[in-house]
Ligand binder design. Structure first.
Ligand code: SF4
Length: 164
């Protein structure tokens, strides 16, 4: 599944957040830098993980924090646990991606504001590979119609979706 290796972690996350957002982001309709929430994420990272290796890019994946030890640990820092499944699969994908290069890693999602941590381990490839297939399917079609959700107003694409 070589084509899967070009998928970005953010795309895996957006697959669970919103298919429209996944599509727009993937087609380079990027408005993310305008969002204050993105800035807040970077701020939290600096505040809570000051001495770790941060913002590590490997191919299409960008890991918030990387800890080297007997086993590599990937840490993803999130502001909110409102769409925990999206965060879980994002980190699962990072572990899967590294495993394709023979790198064994484990993951951890940190929600500093909630003082909550979720451990992630890659037990088998099937679940993440199914998600990657569905992402490819979504991107091969027309833009999915925007459907209003409780978090749309905080989304960088809100005006694009609902104020056109
Ligand atoms: S505003 Fe809502 S429907 Fe539009 S991309 Fe964002 S989350 Fe999806």
């Amino acid at each position: 599944m070589l084509e899967d290796m070009y998928v970005r972690g953010t795309q895996v996350n957006y697959y669970f957040v919103c298919k429209t957002k996944l599509w727009l982001f993937s087609k380079n309709v990027s408005m993310e830098q305008e969002s204050d929430l993105v800035k807040l994420g970077s701020l939290l990272q600096r505040q809570f993980f000051g001495r770790e290796e941060k913002d590590v890019s490997i191919g299409p994946i960008a890991i918030d924090v990387l800890r080297r030890g007997d086993e590599i640990e990937i840490v993803e820092v999130k502001k909110s646990d409102s769409i925990e499944k999206a965060d879980y699969y994002q980190v699962l994908y990072y572990i899967y991606y590294l495993s394709k290069f023979g790198i064994k890693a484990k993951g951890r999602i940190s929600y500093p504001k909630k003082k909550k941590v979720v451990e992630v381990r890659l037990e088998e490839n099937k679940a993440i590979e199914e998600v990657l297939e569905k992402i490819a399917e979504t991107l091969s079609g027309e833009m999915p119609k925007p459907e209003y959700k409780s978090y749309c107003r905080k989304c960088a694409y809100f005006e694009f979706c609902f104020c056109g």
